[in-house]
Design a protein around this ligand. Structure first.
Ligand code: NDP
Length: 288
């Protein structure tokens, strides 16, 4: 008996279809079209692909997409001026500055210049603080997608033992906050953690965000556990996750594949956040 596959691609397609319906309804009832601005600095090919996919996904659900490409040598002042312009533009409801930024730019200064109400990545300190204190926040897309899949599969997460492997600002930490807000008992592991396999064997929920191919072993998984694999690692064998999928799926109750798990949900959640930001700015009921 193998684990149930959590099909992120299908889940994301349903979410996008729902968003498209809500965007159409918003237009019809209020004449409002959600707008997403994506800022790309430099020529990094992976970032260029992400930016293109995000813009395309926004258009597909009927949103307006604004793409801003700046040369790698753009000054911090010019980048901040663009962010300020987008903050003040009523056609723009969501702003995303693709990371990483070139080394001469202070990434935190640029991110924190984004209006928190338009911060659809949820990376500004204000939104991080709101999430941590249980206030209405914009939640980072990748962990939000993971949470949606976990709730869908497990129902309420209260009292579950959850292990998050990784403590980055974009995945591990917000994931831990979201699980905590849902009343799971949360452990956060990182490169200095001792006895990781045993911590993992206790966990009903494992979220792996490490960036090391097949790092989490099959015999670390508690029978029946839900395993969310955030990792995207390019290897000679193709794209693989942070979990040894073939071994883990024999033990787990449910598991996300790579590709086709967390990845598609991340973009769908970006659209969901853009819709939420639009509803909030117009004082309309928020989508579920
Ligand atoms: P980071 O490199 O920022 O963080 C990796 C984390 O893993 C760090 O906290 C690090 O610990 C921890 N770690 C490293 N080695 C070990 C170890 N031996 N044992 C335990 N923990 C360890 O990565 P991200 O969080 O940005 O991304 C993680 C993965 O998720 C990557 O593969 C990335 O490509 C992928 N990703 C996928 C997304 C998607 O949409 N599917 C979106 C974002 C990321 P320490 O802090 O001590 O260094």
């Amino acid at each position: 008996m193998g684990a149930e596959l959590i099909d992120g691609k299908a889940f994301a397609a349903r979410l996008r279809a729902r968003i498209a319906g809500e965007v159409a309804a918003l237009k019809a009832a209020h004449g409002v079209t959600p707008g997403l601005a994506v800022v790309l600095v430099g020529e990094d090919p992976a970032s260029a692909v992400y930016v293109r996919n995000k813009g395309k996904a926004a258009c597909e659900v009927g949103m307006e997409s604004f793409e801003h490409r700046l040369p790698a040598e753009v000054s911090q002042a010019d980048l901040l001026a663009l962010v300020a312009r987008l903050n003040g533009d009523p056609a723009v409801n969501g702003i995303l500055v693709q990371l990483p930024l070139p080394a001469h730019i202070d990434e935190a200064a640029v991110i924190n210049a984004i209006s928190p109400e338009k911060d659809v990545d949820g990376f500004t300190v204000l939104n991080v603080g709101r999430l941590a204190t249980g206030q209405r926040a914009m939640v980072p897309c990748t962990p939000l997608g993971c949470l949606m899949m976990l709730r869908d599969r497990l129902g309420p997460l209260g009292g579950k033992d959850a292990l998050v492997i990784g403590r980055s600002n974009i995945v591990g930490k917000p994931m831990a906050q979201l699980l905590l807000a849902d009343s799971a008992t949360v452990t956060v592991a990182h490169s200095r953690t001792q006895g990781l396999p045993d911590l993992c064997r206790r966990a009903d929920i494992v979220v792996a965000a490490v960036g090391r191919p097949r790092f989490v072993q099959g015999d670390w998984i508690k029978p029946g556990a839900a395993v969310i694999d955030v990792g995207i690692n390019r290897t000679e064998a193709g794209l693989v996750g942070d979990v040894d999928f073939d071994a883990a799926r024999r033990v787990a109750g449910a598991i996300t594949p790579v590709p086709g798990g967390v990845g598609p949900m991340t973009i769908a959640c970006l659209l969901a956040n853009t819709l939420t930001a639009t509803a909030r700015v117009h004082g309309l009921p928020e989508p579920d």
